[in-house]
Design a protein around this ligand. Structure first.
Ligand code: BJW
Ligand code: ZN
Length: 299
């Protein structure tokens, strides 16, 4: 199938689909300068995932883990959404959906499931605040599932309060942590981020209890967020658009098979296809910040 006919048949599939889901991975944000996990320059080349991305690793050395998340969180804050984030966000605009996805059964935007913790998809959506009404924005936010959590959320290990903030640093002791020294500094546990913030005054109330915070991200062995809603949608998804994931981490790695088994179609946008990507109905190879806006006709 030539690139052109691929594009035309993909556009036809979009036009005919009654339900569409988008699934994204780290490749979506690679064009914004956020490193992927696997592959040549992936994070796991220099960092042991068992030490920094498991609950056991955090229990063993919360200081190391917090330092590692601090510099990555900073990097996410400095990064900007790219053209692929913007193209997906544009599906929240009713007129764009009317043009591209005229057969959608629901009035809501397609469910957008991202494995990324960088917050860039949310920011791309929020950049549309002049275009979307407050109600449309709320619905679009609800249709975005950050299934592996967010760099900007914390959870208190004691009272379980979840907090969202773009503030930095989350504790004064993290201020000097950089990519180069992350994990090397000797920061005692009582100087790590705490429930109620650095000026905690001894209260034991919910959200201000002084307990140790952890990043509200999903580590290996933990259950991802939003699985119930995702499973419900995948039951009747006619087109799954997969962007920039190696499809090695479950349960997300199984979504394409679920859709195929129920008779749906799968479109994959990736830099380097793997063997399993070749079973896709539509395959777009190249940087998704170029291929995705082009395929959707949104620049
Ligand atoms: C581009 C591009 C460009 C580059 N344009 N493309 C054995 C068998 C089956 C399962 C398991 C098993 N052993 C253990 C498990 C379970 C485990 C798992 O799957 N492990 C595998 C490694 C084997 N999974 C879990 O533990 C999950 N939980 C779970 O299973 O709970 C049980 C349960 C499930 C369901 C119901 C009930 C119970 C939790 C997984 C948590 C993953 N957490 C992380 C860290 C998040 C926080 C943080 O960032 O620190 O999530 S790990 C990391 O991997 C991160 C990612 O979201 C995730 C996926 O990575 P992703 O996005 O695919 O990135 P890469 O780097 O792998 O790929 C990038 C791709 O982009 C590449 O293909 C590039 O080519 C491409 N690319 N530039 C387009 N410009
Ligand atoms: Zn607390």
């Amino acid at each position: 199938m030539s690139a052109e006919s691929d594009l035309q048949s993909f556009r036809n599939a979009l036009a005919n689909a009654k339900s569409v889901v988008v699934l994204a991975g780290a490749g979506l944000s690679a064009g914004s300068g956020i490193p992927t996990y696997r592959g040549q320059n992936g994070l796991w080349k220099t960092q042991d995932e068992q030490k920094v991305a498991t609950p056991e690793g955090f229990k063993e050395n919360p200081s190391k883990v917090w330092q590692w998340y601090h510099w990555r969180r900073d990097m996410c804050l400095q990064a900007q959404p790219n053209a692929a984030h913007r193209a997906i966000a544009a599906l929240a605009v009713p007129s764009v959906r009317g043009r591209l996805l005229p057969s959608l059964k629901s009035e809501k935007p397609p469910l957008f499931v991202t494995q990324n913790f960088d917050g860039l998809s949310l920011r791309a959506l929020e950049d549309l605040s002049d275009t979307l009404s407050p109600a449309e924005m709320n619905i679009a936010r609800e249709r975005l599932i950050e299934m592996h959590g967010s760099a900007f959320k914390t959870i208190c290990l004691q009272c379980k309060h979840v907090n969202f903030t773009y503030d930095r640093p989350l504790s004064p002791a993290l201020a000097n942590v950089t990519r180069e020294n992350a994990g090397e500094l000797d920061i005692p546990v009582d100087q790590l981020p705490r429930c109620g913030g650095p000026n905690w005054k001894g209260s034991n109330r919910y959200g201000r209890c002084g307990g140790l915070l952890r990043p509200a991200v999903v580590w290996f062995g933990e259950v991802p967020d939003g699985l119930g809603e995702i499973a419900r949608e995948l039951n009747w998804t006619e087109l799954l658009i997969v962007v920039g994931t190696s499809s090695l981490v479950y349960p997300a790695a199984g979504f394409a098979k679920t859709v195929k088994d129920r008779g749906g179609k799968v479109a994959i946008f990736t830099l380097e296809p793997t063997e399993s990507d070749r079973n896709a109905d539509f395959l777009f190879v190249g940087p998704c910040e170029k291929t995705l806006p082009n395929a959707l006709g949104i620049s």
